[in-house]
Design a protein around this ligand. Structure first.
Ligand SMILES: *Cc1c(COP(=O)(O)O)cnc(C)c1O
Length: 392
């Protein structure tokens, strides 16, 4: 593998350490046996600094191959795998923060992180504070005891972006780290480490796996952030099974082409939705009317399958729920990033602390999958008939 190759090529060459077979065998393993006490002792000393086979929880050929692919995707010094994206976020927060510290968290954060903060950061004596998802007042909110800025850019549901290089600079001037949940950008559309972040977090459950058949989280760190993340990951016993690592790596081989297809189809669906009288707004950073469109053009290499639809304020929640129930091709379910189209109702009043969404129309989030977009538009058209005034 050379760094002169384009990202798509690097992704296909990474994580293939074996000669002959294209794919690394699945190494299901707990115990690793050594030839001598000297080798055993030497490995136990070196494994804190080097990636070595020593015990199943410290990684196998299967997890190492996936970590190599993650490094090819995101850049960075080392990668670590977790059983879910949520576990990856929890370990990053606990690795970076201790009693007395302060963390700034985007108000567009993946919603379960709010619950983690309320249930665990407070009890550990760690102060947390939300900031507006465009990051505009971060320099006023940062304190001497701020150790971490936690971002999600584009953010959940409304996709606002921060100025990543500027926020990274601000964090570093104050001796803090910048961690970015990059599940939206998935390494193909956005690479936070290249823009100055210290930690990139991925729900590999979503686009990396890509087939709705595996749960996994990943963290990619620069050299500065790695020691604390490594230590916390070992201490909290975080690891993944070899079969799951193999599934995610298999999914990643088609990541670049899947992202191009998801993005093109989502734009088609967005343009059609935009023409519908019952739709007040379609949220995607790739649309020119989005508040972060210029940042998206600067920092991202495309868009994904996510669209949030805001209906007119005179459309009722009940009507939108009936519309969701009548969709045939969009499954109603959590997560996204698989090959299939999904829909969920969105409650912005629960998802935000700083902005007021009262009086706005009902909202839903679509994940545009790899079906033919014309079929998806027809499915939406039929379901949305019940929203127009002639069908009360
Ligand atoms: C889904 C998601 C997660 C959590 O991933 P799981 O594997 O479901 O735990 C974290 N961050 C974002 C932005 C997500 O969309």
């Amino acid at each position: 593998m050379t760094t002169t190759h384009k990202p798509a090529t690097r992704l296909l060459r990474a994580g293939r350490p074996h000669r002959g077979w294209i794919n690394t065998p699945v190494t299901r393993a707990s115990t690793y046996v050594f030839d001598s006490v000297a080798e055993w002792r030497d490995t136990r000393e070196r494994r804190e600094k080097e990636r070595l086979a020593s015990y199943g929880a410290r990684g196998t050929d299967s997890t190492h191959a996936l970590e190599d692919a993650l490094l090819a995707l995101e850049g960075g010094h080392r990668a670590q795998l977790y059983p879910t994206g949520q576990a990856a976020i929890a370990v990053v927060l606990l690795a970076a923060l201790r009693a007395g510290d302060h963390v700034l968290i985007t108000d567009a954060v993946y919603e379960p992180v709010r619950r983690f903060c309320a249930n665990h950061l407070s009890r550990l004596g760690i102060a947390y504070e939300f900031y507006p998802p465009d990051g505009s007042d971060l320099s006023a909110r940062i304190r001497p005891e701020t150790r971490l800025i936690y971002a999600e850019s584009p953010g959940s549901l409304t996709y606002e972006m921060i100025d990543l290089p500027a926020v990274a600079d601000l964090a570093h001037r104050h001796g803090a780290l910048l961690a970015v949940d990059n599940t939206w950008g998935c390494g193909v559309l956005c690479q936070p480490l290249a823009l100055g972040a210290d930690i990139s977090i991925l729900a590999a459950t979503k686009y990396l796996g890509g087939h709705a058949d595996v749960m996994m989280g990943a963290v990619v760190c620069n050299a500065r952030a790695w020691p604390a993340v490594q230590q916390a990951s070992i201490d909290f016993g975080q690891t993944v099974g070899a079969d799951d690592a193999w599934l995610v790596l298999r999914g990643m081989r088609s990541l670049t082409v899947r992202m191009a297809a998801h993005g093109a189809a989502a734009l088609k669906v967005a343009r059609w939705l935009h023409t519908q009288p019952v739709v007040a707004r379609v949220w995607s950073p790739a649309l020119p009317n989005h508040p972060s469109h210029d940042r998206w053009r600067r920092d991202c290499r495309g868009t994904n399958g996510l669209l949030t639809v805001e209906f007119r304020a005179d459309i009722t929640q009940a009507a939108v729920e009936a519309m969701i129930d009548s969709l045939a091709l969009f499954g109603l379910g959590a997560s996204w990033g698989g090959f299939e189209s999904l829909v969920v109702p969105v409650n912005m009043r629960a998802a935000r602390s700083l902005s007021d969404w009262t009086g706005r129309g009902p909202m839903l989030r679509l994940h545009v999958g790899l079906e033919d977009p014309e079929d998806l538009i027809e499915d939406l058209r039929l379901a949305m008939q019940c929203l127009s005034p002639s069908h009360p």
